[in-house]
Structures are given as C-alpha cells and as structure tokens.
Write a protein that binds this ligand. Structure first.
Ligand SMILES: [Zn+2]
Ligand SMILES: [Zn+2]
Length: 45
C-alpha cells in the first residue's frame, strides 16, 4: 500500500466555475450602459 496523494485527492470537475454572462455574452458591456448590469461588467454570471 502506498500513500500517493493523487489517489487520496477527491475528483475535481474540470468545468469552469464561471459562465459567460447570458445577458452580454461575456463581453461585460451592455448596449445601454458602460458595464453590463447583469454581471457588473465581469462578463460572467
Ligand atoms: Zn448573465
Ligand atoms: Zn453581463
């Protein structure tokens, strides 16, 4: 038996935690404002 840390580490979901904003499409810019109000200009929500 070996204590390989790789075997002890829990499975990690490779999927990103953030997603492109469904309002501005990830640009962070809104057509009516400088920054998208849905994601506050971050581009993710
Ligand atoms: Zn959004
Ligand atoms: Zn947005």
């Amino acid at each position: 038996m070996t204590d390989d840390p790789d075997n002890l580490a829990p499975p990690v979901d490779p999927a990103p935690k953030r997603w492109l904003c469904c309002h501005c499409g990830g640009t962070g810019v809104d057509s009516y404002a400088e920054s998208c109000l849905h994601c506050e200009g971050l581009g993710f929500c």
